[in-house]
Design a protein around this ligand. Sequence first.
Ligand code: SF4
Length: 229
Amino acid sequence: MFDIVNLDKPVQPELLDSIRREGIVIYDAEDEIMNLERVRDNLRARGFRAEIFDDGKAVSEYLNAAIDGTTVGFGGSVTLKELGLYDTLSAHNDVHWHWAGDNEERDRASSTEVYLSSANGLSEGGELVNIDGTGNRVAATLYGHKRVYFVVGRNKIAPDYEQALWRARNIAAPKNAQRLGMKTPCALLADHCHDCRSPERICRGLVVLWGPMMGTETEVLLVRENLGL
Ligand code: SF4
């Protein structure tokens, strides 16, 4: 799979042909940095379902209609919390979230039909990046659920994979460490990742989805506003 290619850089014709065969969208360098339509199209080319929403209210309404009468697991996510989705979906589903209950909720959430998460970073080419400490959230996005939804605010999108990974490590993870009050250099200094060896390090594992896992319907919901960390 190839990344997006800027046409202002010299690209060999054979490489362009290969990229087009892969279904990756090629764009001009003049395009605005964040074109959600382009991100959506690249996600679809990778096999994800993908839609764009104007705001949090619209994406919440969509999920409330799409998820009904079933079991739902939530990963730890400020995005999901900001949207109030636990209360919304609990009105007509059996929802499990350790942020709204005890730690056993992690186990219950691991075997639900539907799972919801956000992403720590998303490249314009459609690569979803998530870092986890306990592992329940990233594991659930890989296996065990019939449907997985990622709710992704525009602030999570980076021009390419390297920058999406950089964002996950240097913006999302330090902010989460601060939120949790961890004794880690990133939380104490409020700056960037120090690749620490702290016992309270929250970055233990990295999962990158290049496409939906086989057997899992995976939909990425892009939102034209900032959500989460
Ligand atoms: S590895 Fe350590 S310093 Fe880096 S973001 Fe994670 S907790 Fe912070």
